[in-house]
Write a protein that binds this ligand. Sequence first.
Ligand SMILES: [Zn+2]
Ligand SMILES: [Zn+2]
Length: 130
Amino acid sequence: MPQFLYGALCPYCRFSTPLLETTLAEMIRNRQVATTGEPFLVFVCQRCTRCFPWNYGMRQALSQYDALSRADPVWISIVAECESGDCKGQTELIAIRPHGTTKEEILRERPTWNAKDIYCDNGHQIIIPL
Ligand SMILES: [Zn+2]
Ligand SMILES: [Zn+2]
């Protein structure tokens, strides 16, 4: 059965991360931080490794994808804590990488991730756990 394909466009480098409907549904179903800025997911761009929010409520399909020939991208989700010790704010960061990338490889990328423009629900900077 064909399924929808979306593109999560990075506002910094304009790279569009391909995202399948089933992957998106899986991400929403498995959210670790239920309340983080819904309907936004925060992605870590594959090209420039900056974090950006993507509004999945506004998504528009780019095309349909043949489910039989697909090579699913891999993704992991990391929970970042707020910089302020008193605030319990958490933000979920999701990295989507091409099929074949291992979770360990994605985890090793973390020092390069840039979350400068991402804030907790109370407006504090967040810290990417290493
Ligand atoms: Zn980018
Ligand atoms: Zn906070």
